[in-house]
Ligand binder design. Structure first.
Ligand code: SF4
Length: 393
């Protein structure tokens, strides 16, 4: 399974961000470390030391944790789970946190993949996004990571930003490619309700997102990155061959994962469950955790979950839900979904079950089928939800 570690701290909260992350609660960082280690140890015992193929530190800003914290968390993970020797261990980092000492230290602690939140290489846009770094800081952070020895680096960028021109985007992409990262994630800005940016937009202080322009930017990125040798493997993700993000592949293949930390989601057996959102509540509840003691021969059952003190909520995954999710998550991968393999995993003949819907999508030009393989057609990558919703019950 994959293991996700949620770090709910940021130095400042960006005005577009609606993740479960907070500024100004640094007093909770030290108790968080102890709570998180307790949670990791209890889950390890509960699930009887399961095999972990990927670990992903996300947030929030994991690189904002004091030096040595990632190492202590990884030690707890390694003693509580069987971490596969070739496991991918990723950490998200902000450019401002990545000086030479930090990079060397993160690498020494066993992290194999760095994901840097660049977001833009234009200072005015970075300023609008409320980011604390300049474009040159992002470039320096990347080069520092390289010099420290990181050979698997993702750069995250956003497009479709207020006042962003296609010319700015072209320049950003060209500078990005010059850096030759192994992996690139590109996300269109979505303005989420309840964020300061949503308020600015409704008050007319910033222009509403222009979806046509965002689509042009996406198309330009597709062409430019293909020419530069990147494999477009998921709607928003590109990599050099064989360096796809293993952890995210677990999600898209609807595989099992455990999330630890406040608000983290898990999908294990027939359950989806998540932790309490509040870092303060989480710290108290996780610290008091005793193991629930699942027997090795038995899957998680509802009463086990009820005994997890950090639990915020849970949902039983019916066969219908699992089939639907397997379809629309798998279709995010541009090579598509192998219907025979996916059917074997869920124990249901997906081709048969969804036959009318698959045919409808093919007739509408949303999907194409080649033997066992079903995939999105190229022209619908940005409106893929039109295909996905057809697999919901
Ligand atoms: S750094 Fe990332 S997680 Fe933190 S507030 Fe900004 S966008 Fe959100």
């Amino acid at each position: 399974m994959g293991l996700y570690v949620h770090v709910p701290f940021c130095k400042t909260k960006c005005p577009y961000c609606d993740f479960n992350t907070y500024q100004g609660i640094e007093n909770l960082i030290e108790p968080f470390l102890h709570a998180l280690i307790t949670e990791i140890e209890c889950w390890g015992k509960t699930l009887t030391y399961p095999l972990v193929k990927s670990v992903f530190f996300g947030g929030g800003t994991p690189s904002y944790l004091p030096q040595g914290y990632i190492e202590q968390i990884l030690l707890a993970i390694q003693s509580s789970f069987q971490v596969s020797p070739d496991a991918e261990i990723s950490i998200e980092a902000n450019p401002g946190d990545l000086d030479a000492a930090a990079c060397v230290s993160i690498l020494k602690q066993g992290v194999t993949r760095l994901s840097i939140g660049v977001q833009s290489l234009d200072n005015d846009l970075l300023n609008l996004l409320g980011r604390r770094h300049h474009a040159s800081d992002a470039v320096n952070a990347f080069q520092t990571a390289r010099q420290a020895g990181f050979n698997n680096v993702n750069l995250d960028l956003m497009y479709g930003l207020p006042n962003q021109s296609i010319e700015q985007w072209r320049k950003t992409l060209s500078s990005l490619i010059d850096l030759t990262p192994e992996h690139i994630s590109l996300y269109a800005l979505t303005i989420e309700e309840g964020t300061p940016m949503h308020r600015w937009s409704t008050e007319g202080k910033i222009p509403e997102p222009d979806s046509d322009l965002a689509a042009d930017m996406y198309q330009h990125a597709r062409e430019t990155l293909a020419t530069a040798g990147y494999h477009h493997y998921e709607i928003s993700n590109w990599s050099i061959p064989k360096l796809e993000c293993k952890h995210n592949l677990v999600y898209w293949q609807n595989g099992p994962y455990l999330g630890v930390g406040p608000g983290a989601h898990s999908r294990l057996g027939n359950w989806r469950f998540w932790s309490v959102l509040s870092p303060r509540d989480y710290n108290t509840k996780a610290s008091n955790w005793k193991t629930i003691g699942v027997q090795p021969t038995r899957d998680l059952v509802e009463s086990d979950l009820e005994n997890v003190p950090t639990l915020g909520g849970w949902e039983y995954l019916t066969t219908e839900t699992t089939c639907s999710e397997t379809m629309f998550l798998g279709l995010r991968l541009l090579d598509g979904l192998n219907l025979t393999e996916a059917s074997a995993l869920v124990g249901v003949d997906l081709a048969k079950r969804f036959q009318p819907r698959i045919q409808e999508c093919i007739q509408l030009g949303l999907l194409e089928q080649d033997g066992d393989r079903l995939k999105l057609t190229e022209q619908v990558y940005l409106i893929a939800n039109q295909a996905f919703t057809r697999f919901l019950d």
